[in-house]
Design a binder for this molecule. Structure first.
Ligand code: AKB
Length: 322
């Protein structure tokens, strides 16, 4: 069976790079990008695009028919910080979009489904260091509650209806191509932007707030790897713990100083501090490493080098276009 892939939420931070990578691997016409509004130029020029509202079951169903789709990646979601401002909307989007695609898979219209979960499924009562795959889960954000409920639904649809759904709990994802929207871990991206534009950064998280993080290349790699693994290797049908590195705002600032010695950081915590404080500092992802061969490549030094180099090129290009 030829692959025919639909990405819902293709214009967001992870969706954009996932779409580009899948198009590179499988050909541009095998990967249909979709979202509620258009994405950046690179994405829009790289292959077919359709407008899809992830809450519209009929719209998703008709695009699946139009392109004979067999694989869906549902990347549309409202993240932790925005979710606290709009709890009802976050719940509606995060839950109903998932139930839409799970039901389409149950009806046999989707053969394989990817849905991202998050470290936000954990809460203040979870062991903070080296958080195990199976542990206490009492999330305190609406985003975390929706991701935990979503994980339960994924496992339910696998057990009850045989839906081939695969999921990973992303940590904070660091990238330069497309900006993230409304996450608590976003500081670890803003800091690189500000280091280049202003030479300083005012962090909305305290200096010792340690969170699990990962470079985009690793996140995309993990996503492709779990989707390509034989079904029998996927032993966990809720969602896999996934980890690369952990650091604090103070540690990332020290690393940036190796590239920009005059860089300065200040700290003024806002409402996102309590969200970050409720999450793990580091994650035990041994099940993902054992079941489908997950390995990360990027440490903090490699991430910082790549972020600063690529952002500088992007900023220079914008300047010459003006
Ligand atoms: C967020 O900060 O909300 C996300 C996440 C950890 O899922 N980046």
């Amino acid at each position: 069976m030829d692959k025919s892939i639909l990405i819902i939420g293709a214009c967001g931070q992870i969706g954009t790079e996932l779409t580009l990578k899948l198009r590179k691997n499988y050909g541009k016409n095998a990967v249909i990008a979709s979202d509620i509004s258009e994405g950046n130029e690179e994405l829009m020029e790289s292959g077919p695009f359709e407008f899809i509202n992830a809450l519209d079951y009929k719209q998703i169903s008709s695009i699946i028919d139009k392109y004979a789709i067999n694989e869906v990646y549902l990347m549309a979601a409202m993240l932790s910080a925005t979710g606290e401002k709009f709890p009802a909307k976050a719940w509606e989007l995060n839950m109903n979009s998932l139930l839409n695609v799970l039901n389409l898979a149950k009806e046999g219209k989707i053969k394989k489904l990817f849905w991202p979960s998050s470290i936000a499924v954990f809460g203040p009562t979870t062991p903070k260091e080296n958080t195990p795959q199976k542990t206490v889960m009492e999330p305190t954000t609406v985003y975390g509650i929706s991701k935990l409920a979503g994980e339960r639904w994924c496992e339910y649809y696998f057990n009850k209806y045989g839906v081939d759904v695969r999921s990973i709990r992303y940590p904070g994802i660091i990238s330069w191509k497309t900006s993230p929207g409304g996450g608590t871990t976003d500081y670890a991206i803003e800091i690189y932007h500000k280091a280049l534009t202003d030479g300083n950064y005012d962090s909305f998280l305290g200096k010792n707030t340690k969170l699990p993080m990962m470079y985009m290349d690793d996140a995309i790699n993990a996503t492709l790897k779990i989707m390509e693994a034989p079904a029998e290797n996927i032993k966990i049908r809720s969602s896999y713990n996934l980890a690369a590195i952990s650091f604090t705002p103070e540690e990332i600032a020290e690393e940036i100083k190796n590239f920009i010695p005059k860089f300065a950081i200040s700290y003024h915590s806002d409402f996102r501090q309590s969200i970050a404080d409720s999450w793990p500092s580091s994650i035990d992802d041994s099940e993902a490493r054992k079941d489908w061969g997950w390995q990360h490549q990027f440490d903090l030094e490699k991430i910082s080098e790549s972020m600063l180099r690529n952002l500088q090129v992007k900023f220079d290009e914008i300047k010459t276009q003006k």
